[in-house]
Design a protein around this ligand. Structure first.
Ligand SMILES: [Zn+2]
Length: 361
């Protein structure tokens, strides 16, 4: 139960199959064990914050920051991650203080314990403005009952009555339960800005599509990219159209971000939010780009015999059965692809009895 819900709510892992050919992993099979901080290079330490669900953990980074340390991404709010933090702080860090907290984006596994850490150390929180506002807004929505707009969005996607009842029965405001109370204020970081952390200059590189204003950090001198969920080595990042912005184009944002990141040097060591550090940024970006474009073409082909709803596209998009555990995410991803085809002028949306049907343009 918790697993299915966590997967849907944390929403990092997409369902689009992708190739990770051509990547190399400098740490091989070596990854941080529970309670361990693994040194990536001087001043950069990597650890795994445990969490429930299929992803099992999120990567945390600890960067030397003067006489303290800057923590990047935190894990979800919960006893397990708090315990893991206590162990790291007391033992591996030997009581060193957290001087600043930086969250790459607003998903609960990245931002969940930011408030807890900031209060504990009286440390400022660094985020981009849209990520900050989004997490504050979602965490403040404390309704229990699933809002009608949400049910209408699922209906638009083609969910049947049983699926609608199941979705509505899961209730609302789970997001806030994975987020420790956020501080009232934050320190804004923005695209192109240079952040001094310890002795190093890090350039903020913003991407979008997985979340609205996702921060990556680039150290050009040492050739390191802290990528968060903007570039993951094995799984595809979830890119979903949702009820919050049904006229948005998250897949368009995602493809544009891939093109932007391809302007970065090809030989960076990439430190992702999930999985292992890797080389092969451009190979990975190309693979992600190709997979999505192939899926878009497949959907246009699929429309040859008539209009399709999001639920009719699962078989063309995903190489796995879509059960109740992942239908929310599958729907978001299918909608993102259909919406992008509409934006590109390759498909036309027609609404009949509240259901969105897409036909070839
Ligand atoms: Zn994420």
């Amino acid at each position: 139960m918790a697993t299915a819900l966590d997967r849907a709510l944390i929403g990092d892992e997409g369902l689009i199959p992708t190739s990770h050919k051509g990547l190399t992993y400098p740490f091989g099979d070596r990854s941080p064990q529970p309670g361990e901080l693994l040194t990536v290079m001087p001043g950069i330490r990597w650890w795994r914050v445990p969490m429930s669900g299929p992803l099992k953990h999120v990567n945390g980074l600890i960067l030397d920051d003067g006489d303290g340390a800057l923590a990047i991404d935190t894990g979800t709010a919960g006893e397990r991650s708090v315990e893991a933090w206590r162990t790291i702080l007391d033992q591996a860090m030997g009581g060193q203080r957290i001087s600043r907290v930086l969250c790459t984006h607003m998903h609960p596994d990245h931002v969940g314990l930011a408030g807890w850490l900031c209060r504990k150390f009286d440390a400022p929180l660094l985020m981009t403005r849209t990520e900050w506002l989004t997490v504050r807004m979602l965490a403040a929505d404390a309704r229990d009952e699933t809002p009608g707009e949400m049910v209408a969005f699922w209906r638009a996607s083609g969910w049947d009555e049983a699926q609608l009842a199941l979705g509505a029965g899961r209730g609302w405001s789970h997001f806030g339960k994975m987020i420790a109370r956020m501080p009232l204020g934050f320190t804004r970081i923005q695209d192109g800005q240079t952040l001094k952390i310890g002795g190093s200059d890090w350039q903020v590189v913003v991407g979008s599509g997985h979340s609205p204003e996702h921060a990556c950090l680039l150290d050009r001198d040492r050739k390191v990219l802290i990528a968060g969920d903007q570039v993951l080595p094995k799984i595809s990042s979830n890119v979903s159209l949702g009820v919050m912005e049904p006229e948005g184009d998250p897949l368009g944002d995602w493809l544009a971000s891939i093109a932007k990141l391809k302007q970065l040097p090809p030989d960076l060591l990439v430190l992702p939010g999930h999985g292992d550090p890797f080389y092969g940024l451009h190979a990975r970006l190309d693979a992600l780009d190709h997979e999505h474009r192939d899926r878009l073409d497949a959907l246009v082909e699929h429309m040859a015999d008539g209009p399709k709803r999001a639920v009719d596209c699962f078989g063309r998009l995903f190489r796995r059965a879509i059960g109740p555990d992942v239908i929310g995410m599958a729907t978001g991803e299918a909608m993102a692809h259909l919406r992008h085809l509409e934006v590109e002028g390759r498909a036309v949306k027609e609404i009949r009895d509240g259901v969105w049907w897409y036909r070839r343009a």
